[in-house]
Design a protein around this ligand. Sequence first.
Ligand code: GN1
Ligand code: MG
Length: 378
Amino acid sequence: MADLNLAREIAALFQLPAPLKDAEIYPGGHINDSYLISCASTEHPRFLLQRLNADVFPRPDQIMENIRRVSEHVQSQSHTSAMAKSESTFLNLVVTKAGQPYTRCDGGDVWRMYEFIEGSIMQESAASPAEARQAGLAFGEFQVLLADLPGPDLHEIIEDFHDTPKRLENLRKVVDADPLQRAEYAKREIKFALDFASNGNLIVDGMRDGTLARRTVHNDAKMSNVLLDCNTGQRLCVIDLDTVMPGSVLYDFGDMMRTMLCRAPEDEIDLSKVKVDMDMFQALADGYLRGARAILNQAEMDMLVFSGILITIETGSRFLADHLQGDHYFRTHRRNQNLDRARCQFELARSMMAQRADMEARLAVLAAAPATATATAE
Ligand code: GN1
Ligand code: MG
C-alpha cells in the first residue's frame, strides 16, 4: 500500500496530460518494479511507471542514452521499414515536469514513465504458434533495424551479461561457498549445469574470433518483452530496452526458444509439462527468419538451435546461483521459486537436446526457402 502511495506521488512529478486517478501494481519482470498509472485523459488514460533496481542498474543515465540512440535510429528509418513506421515501435517515454527522462527520488531510486499502449497484451510464454511467429518476427526486425546503428558502441549496461563460461564459473564458486547449505538439495541441478561447461564457451569464443558477428541486440528477448495487439494478435512493439547493447543475435534467438517453445511458465513445478513443442519451434523459426534472415551469416545460422540450449542453461544457472545465495537478484514470490525456475530451465534444455536434430532439420528447410523481400509478410 505504501508503495502505491509512493508511486502516486512519483507519478505526479511527470508530465501527465490530465489529473492522476489511480496507481496499481503491474506484474511481470524479476528486477524492476512497475505500476500502472491512470489519469483522467481519454486520449492517453494509462501510463507505465517503473522503478529501476539500482543494484542491477547503477547507471540509469547510460541506459536512457542507449534507449534514446536506439529509438532515434529506428525512427530515422521509418521511410524504409514497416516496423519503424509504426508509431509504437517502442514505448513513448513521458518526461518529468522538469523535462528529464527520469527522476531520482531523494537522491536514491530512479523512476521513469512510458505511455501504456491500450489494447496491447503481454504474455509470459507463447500461447500459440501464431504468437511465437509474431514475437520471432518482432525481434528479427528489431535486430535488422539496429544492424546499421552508427558508432560508437552502446554502453555495456551489465558487463559480461551473456558470458556463459563466467556465469557457470560463478555458479561453481557459489556451490563451493554454499553460504546457506542449500547445495545438498540441488545436487542434480548443479551437476547438470556444470556438466555443460565444456560447451558453454561456444558463443563467446565465436564472438572473440570473429566468426560470430558482434551486433546490437536486445539481450532479454523473451516472450513477455513483445506486446501483441489483443484483437489481431499482431506484434505491436518490443519493450524492456534496458539491456540493449552489443552482443550476438544468438543471445536473442536463444532466449526466444527458452520462452516460446513450451507453454508452461518459467517456474513450472510439474516437469512433465516442460517440453519442446515442435509447432512452436517451427513458427518461431519461421517468424524470426522472415525478420532477420537478411543479416544472418552462416555461423549464426548454424548455431541457432544450439543457442536455445545454451541460453536456457545459462539462465537456469543464474536462477540456481541466486537460490543458493539467498535470492537477492531475481525477485521471488514463494519459497524455492528460483530453484523451481532453475529445474524448469534444465528440463527444457534436456528436451531441446533431445529434439535438436529435428529442430535443425526444420530450420534448414526454412532457411532454404526464398527469403521474403520485406518483414511485412504477415
Ligand atoms: C530478468 O527482469 P526481467 O524479467 O526483465 C533478467 C534476464 C533474465 C530474466 C529471466 C537484467 O529479466 O536476464 O533472462 O529475468 N534481467 C536482468 O526471466 O538480469
Ligand atoms: Mg529485462
